[in-house]
Design a protein around this ligand. Structure first.
Ligand code: NAD
Length: 259
């Protein structure tokens, strides 16, 4: 591990991204934090992470806005901040049958979950190519490999993210850069908590029952994957031991897609 490496973790103000940032900081990586919230809204999270290591800064950027992403990358470049490790993690969910699915939500999910990874990769890759070292890790999902009803935009965005991962891997395979997709099953974060809450209201059952049902339906381990589990997996992908893992969609899902 090179402790001087700098990682950008999108969506690190919460959930899985927070877990990834924490593990990388603990291991001596410098981390650029990012989220959609204002800095004051996530003051506590930033203070929590500061305990673990060297934070370069927190950036509030809307990953649904290509222009804002470009400006953000220019700002990093102007500040002489080079990104060696890009973790495309920011993402959102919306659950609805396709005939009722709002086209605005569709566009927003595709922009945040998929197109932001394209834009950031496009802008940040030249530095990695120049130094002949880089790691790009796209946080896809079990839904990048299999589908569930009522998640058309999410499933489409995550399947496409797995495809994008393979192309970036192939284009850079000979020059010391890897690009892989991580495909988690259920992780208990605000993104999943809101789905549990919705199920509990719709089905008139307790939160505990809705949580148990959610796990039993998809995840054979009947346990949540933790943000720490995903963080440790990302850490491994950043290590030299993973140099020949490239273009892969790697499950961390308690057995979800083995079924
Ligand atoms: P979360 O809701 O806890 O965090 C989402 C993060 O994305 C936050 O940091 C938020 O600031 C950021 N974000 C949201 N909208 C944004 C926008 N418009 N612009 C920029 N940033 C924005 O969610 P999470 O569960 O930690 O999800 C993180 C990633 O992991 C997502 O890509 C999600 O699809 C994926 N994932 C989650 C699970 C799960 O079970 N939680 C499973 C598989 C994959």
């Amino acid at each position: 591990m090179d402790s001087k490496k700098t990682a950008l973790v999108t969506g690190s103000s919460s959930g899985i991204g927070f877990g990834i940032a924490k593990v990388l900081l603990e291991k001596g990586y410098q981390v650029i934090l990012h989220g959609i919230e204002t800095q004051s809204q996530i003051d506590t999270e930033i203070k929590d992470l500061e305990k673990f290591g060297s934070i370069i800064g927190y950036y509030q950027v809307d990953m649904g806005n290509a222009k804002a992403i470009e400006q953000f990358c220019t700002e990093l470049k102007d500040s002489k901040i080079n990104v060696d490790i890009l973790v495309n993690n920011a993402g959102i969910q919306h659950v609805s049958p396709i005939q009722d699915f709002s086209p605005e939500k569709w566009d927003q999910i595709i922009a945040i979950n998929l197109s932001s990874a394209f834009h950031l990769t496009r802008h940040l890759l030249p530095h990695m190519q120049k130094q002949k070292w880089g790691k790009i890790i796209n946080i896809a999902s079990a839904h990048g490999l299999v589908a569930s009803a009522n998640k058309s935009a999410y499933v489409a965005s995550k399947h496409a993210l797995v495809g994008l991962t393979k192309v970036v891997a192939l284009e850079n395979a000979k020059i010391g850069i890897t690009c892989n997709a991580v495909c988690p099953g259920w992780v208990l974060t605000p993104l999943v908590e809101s789905q549990i809450q919705k199920k509990s209201i719709e089905q008139k059952i307790s939160i505990e029952q809705a949580t148990e049902n959610l796990l039993m339906e998809k995840q054979p381990s009947n346990q949540f994957v933790t943000p720490e589990n995903v963080g440790q997996f990302v850490l491994f992908l950043c290590s030299s031991a993973a140099n020949q893992i490239n273009g892969a969609a790697l499950s961390i899902d308690g057995g979800w897609v083995a079924q």
